[in-house]
Design a protein around this ligand. Structure first.
Ligand code: SAH
Ligand code: ZN
Ligand code: ZN
Ligand code: ZN
Ligand code: ZN
Length: 461
């Protein structure tokens, strides 16, 4: 697989450095004139905290957290020689996928004409093979007899991209994917811009191909180029959501623009489930650009409306997301995943998922399934999880994690059920905490000594 290095769930090349050393790393942002790696324009970061390099700014890969995947690095003030620039360009060219998207589309057309017995997929190269290529892959593992149904569900047999550091591609459990799709249909959407949601895209595509009355369409934007083997250029764009970079250039950009603008920009929604672990502002900046593309498109009619969006992300990023999208609110729905034991639904005795839907749609329109215990709170005008009690003092259903929270009169807010008010810290905390020190591990990196807000792996401006 000559494709660019694997993306990872916890995006952000510079964060690896941030976690290794004590010094923090903060994102400055996408910068005009930034140098490029194979993943498009690099992002500008700054070293923070103690140490002699504090304040020094540098460019690093926007997409890869692991240096092994992309080791692009350049100080902002570094002089780069002509020779090195030329070498870099050469390197970037050589690190593009073996086949172009167009070639993959042609290959697919040939592939579907093959009898079942000749349809093979190389598991090592993650590539559909044509018979003439079997030889080259003879000592690789194949999947054989790839059916048409399988071709319509590539996320079921492509292995989830792994990153040893933290995680990988998190694929929706069928239940959550169904729920999302039904919700979108009930809300009246007819087009979904699926940004990093290959499984939602594939569910839409496969229902659409089964004909009937299914009228929803989807365009997938994802950095995982393996998907170009299964979708045409109108169905998939190779895209980096950390720097809003279309690998396919102006043509791919145009595909996306057209998709957003069809039907005067009506009935389209952006649904995204990005890697988490920081770089919220890089994501927000890209999503704002996608929303702006929609806005330009609609011309009349849109007024001050914002493009509808679902941003699927853990609840503990709520305040970060609201910083960038003040019109958003967080829904209680717990999004479940297939390939991660930790992120399964609580009702079956497994752990509860921390992942939620953030949206700029009116909360009361987001109907959550009663079978799973969600109910409507008439005061809050939104659906809440079964354990989420309306607090009369806060005048809100205050639980973030689905458990019942309790009100602390001294803190003047609701807190986690396991917390108690500590008089020496003058706030609520776990009973086991040691005063003045943050005891429980950080939510983001799991290390002790700081809370998630101060996590060095989170960028901040
Ligand atoms: N739950 C989703 C998958 C979410 S995993 C589903 O089941 O459809 C995160 C997705 O974002 C993966 O598909 C991954 O390939 C993609 N991704 C990771 N980094 C990306 C980047 N920099 N730009 C675009 N997509 C990225
Ligand atoms: Zn890179
Ligand atoms: Zn309420
Ligand atoms: Zn309260
Ligand atoms: Zn308290």
């Amino acid at each position: 697989w000559g494709a660019p290095p694997a993306p990872c769930r916890a995006g952000g090349g510079a964060m690896a450095a941030g976690q290794a050393g004590q010094a923090g790393i903060a994102l400055v942002g996408p910068a005009a004139g930034a140098p490029s790696c194979p993943h498009g324009p690099a992002l500008l970061f700054v070293k923070t905290g103690r140490g002699k390099e504090e304040g020094r700014r540098f460019y690093a890969c926007s997409a890869c957290r692991d240096r092994k995947d992309c080791n692009f690095f350049q100080w902002e003030d570094e002089k780069v020689s002509e020779t090195r620039l030329a070498a870099r360009e050469e390197y970037n060219r050589n690190h593009q996928p073996t086949f172009t998207h167009r070639q993959n589309v042609e290959r697919y057309k040939k592939f579907v004409l093959l009898p079942l017995s000749k349809r093979r997929f190389c598991q090592e190269c993650q590539q559909l093979l044509l018979p003439a290529e079997w030889e080259e892959h003879s000592n690789h593992q194949f999947l054989c007899d790839i059916s048409t149904a399988q071709l319509k569900s590539p996320s079921q047999f492509l292995y989830p991209l792994e990153n040893k550091k933290t995680n990988a591609q998190y694929l929706f459990a069928d239940r959550s994917c169904q729920f999302l799709l039904n919700l979108l249909i009930d809300l009246g959407f007819s087009r979904v811009l699926s940004v990093g949601t290959p499984r939602l895209h594939e569910m839409i595509q496969s229902k659409a191909s089964q004909g009937e009355d299914f009228r929803v369409r989807s365009l997938l934007l994802d950095i995982d180029f393996r998907y170009s083997q299964f979708y045409t250029e109108d169905e998939f764009c190779h895209y980096n959501m950390f720097n809003h970079y279309f690998f396919g250039g102006e043509a791919a950009h145009e595909t996306c623009r057209k998709f957003l603008c069809e039907d005067n920009g009506e009935r389209v929604i952006l649904v995204t489930d990005p890697p988490f672990g920081g770089l919220v502002e890089a994501l927000a900046s890209s999503f704002k650009k996608l929303m702006a593309m929609w806005k330009e498109a609609g011309k009349e009619g849109q007024g001050n409306k914002e493009m509808p969006m679902f941003w699927i992300f853990p609840y503990f990023f709520e305040s970060r997301i609201l910083d960038f999208f003040p019109s958003f609110s967080m829904m209680d729905y717990q999004v479940d995943y297939d390939n991660h034991a930790l992120y399964k639904h609580g009702k079956t005795g497994r752990r509860q998922s921390p992942v939620r839907i953030f949206t700029n749609l009116t909360p009361s329109m987001i109907v959550l399934p009663a079978e799973e215990g969600y109910r409507f709170c008439t005061f809050c005008q939104r659906y809440v999880s079964s354990g989420n009690q309306h607090c009369e003092i806060c005048n809100s259903c205050t639980s973030k994690d689905g458990r019942r929270w309790k009100h602390c009169v001294l803190c003047k807010k609701c807190v986690k059920p396991s917390w108690f008010h500590c008089n020496s810290c003058n706030c609520c905390a776990l009973p086991s905490h040691s005063c003045e020190e943050t005891d429980s591990g950080c939510f983001v990196c799991g290390k002790a000594g700081h809370k998630r807000r101060a996590c060095p792996s989170l960028s901040s401006t």
